[in-house]
Design a protein around this ligand. Structure first.
Ligand code: ATP
Length: 307
């Protein structure tokens, strides 16, 4: 049976500004190109999980505008169920402005818009969908109260919960941490959450210990082109190096990694090694293409590359 993944998260219209390097304050600088693509951490993770072989149900919100229509259609074209995406009046669809440097690094500015209006009521309306899922995934581009409500519903039905704490927040409700089966920050977010700069093996372990003390059962810290570190509730831990590829645009690397994990990882975490390897392989493909959703691979693409 196809695995069912529910993603509670953001839908953003991405504007990608191609620049040589970041401007300094007050500078006027020419861009080499500008393009738009569907994005938002939630939508990217949903698209990744759907393209990699699960049935995804999305809980989110857009405005009643052209961008909202485009984003909804993009999800539908990928086969994501959008029954629980609200189309709200009097608020615009979320937007992100991505400053993409020629060395493939990105800096992102977000206008939350409709994403910030998702309420506990929207989540309650999706109760049956959440509770009949195998996995629930959420991030921090949507209100924490809604995530908390969704995680309560999920855990009361034994559904596995994955929290991608991005963008980073200094304060995460203890109750939410305790309802989290797997937390997946990148190194910057891990530092924001724990106060521990993550720059070597010891700090990875210390930051993971701290997140486990805060209530999260299992931890994966992603470290960009270096790879990913996992530390489980049962004490198992290891580092999975990233694949060596030529990165063009790292946008959505983390989102692909999380979407891919959601398609594979079992609640007992017994398949952690193969799940993390699968997620690394999928995100290594994403960084080789431009844009967020356009570069997220399908299962067929993964098979092509493996042969
Ligand atoms: P983003 O916000 O850009 O989506 P992130 O910061 O959340 O990304 P990263 O830690 O940058 O997430 O990347 C997630 C995973 O993607 C890494 O653990 C690694 O497996 C893979 N990855 C990222 N960058 C590269 C790269 N340059 N080459 C190969 N794999 C990469």
């Amino acid at each position: 049976m196809t695995r069912k993944v529910t993603v509670l998260g953001s839908l953003n219209s991405d504007t990608i500004l191609h620049i040589d390097h970041l401007p300094v304050q007050g500078e006027t600088m020419a861009m080499s190109d500008a393009s738009t693509a569907p994005g938002g951490k939630g939508a990217n993770q949903a698209v990744a999980a759907q393209r990699l072989g699960t049935q995804v149900h999305f809980i989110g919100a857009v405005g009643q505008d052209q961008n909202g229509e485009l984003l909804l259609n993009a999800l539908k074209e990928d086969g994501v169920d959008t029954t629980h995406v609200a189309q709200l009046a009097n608020v615009g669809t979320g937007a992100a402005y991505i400053l993409l440097e020629s060395d493939s690094h990105n800096t992102i500015l977000i206008l939350g818009g409709a994403n910030q209006c998702i309420s506990e009521t929207n989540v309650d309306e999706a109760k049956e969908t959440i509770q009949s899922s195998d996995v629930l995934v959420a991030q921090f581009e949507t209100p924490v109260v809604a995530t908390l409500q969704a995680f309560k519903l999920a855990k009361s039905a034994g559904v596995m919960t994955i929290l991608n704490p991005a963008p980073g927040r200094k304060t995460i409700p203890k109750e939410l941490m305790e309802l989290t089966d797997l937390i997946t920050p990148n190194e910057t977010e891990a530092e924001i959450i724990t106060g521990i700069p993550v720059n070597d093996d010891l700090s990875m372990i210390n930051a993971s210990n701290k997140m486990q003390e805060m209530g999260a059962k299992n931890v994966i810290i992603t470290l960009g082109e270096r790879g990913a570190y996992y530390q489980l509730a049962n004490g198992q831990r290891d580092f999975e190096p990233a694949l060596k590829v030529k990165a063009v645009d790292t946008t959505a690397a983390g989102d692909t990694f999380i979407g891919a994990l959601a398609t594979k990882l079992t609640p007992d975490m017994k398949n952690i090694v193969e799940s993390v390897r699968f997620a690394s392989a999928a995100s290594a493909l994403t960084v080789q293409g431009a844009g967020a959703q356009p570069s997220i691979p399908t299962l067929e693409k993964m098979k092509e590359v493996r042969h």
